[in-house]
Ligand binder design. Sequence first.
Ligand code: THU
Length: 130
Amino acid sequence: MDLSTAARDVQIRAYAPYSNFRVGAALRTDKGKVFQGVNVENVAYPEGTCAEAGAIAAMIAGGDTRIVEVYVIADSSTPVPPCGGCRQKLAEFADGDVRVTMASKEGVELVMTVAELLPGAFGTSHLEGC
Ligand code: THU
């Protein structure tokens, strides 16, 4: 399945009544499966979750753990990069060279790798000796 289509298809189901900023995310795993997620907001604002986090949760629930490609689309005139927390979440399950395509609502795309989005990432090597 085309990740762009998967992200667009799911974006319309985003639950974003407070920001009105709908985000759709789709990722492909090393097993070839595609998982989707949307942002889910909450009246207690900090309780909301991002689209990328939703897609990762769906992937884990679906039994896969390694991401090989990511696509994110948002209600924005410019491509919206993942927030800091989502960069860290993606880095947990994706190698640094995995491509993250960010798309605007008009379809303008920006591609960056996970390592470009999160240089010097905190990782398992930092836990050595603990
Ligand atoms: N949002 C995402 O879903 N992904 C991001 O990486 C950036 C922000 C959502 C969170 C919130 O529901 C809305 O966009 C506005 O910040």
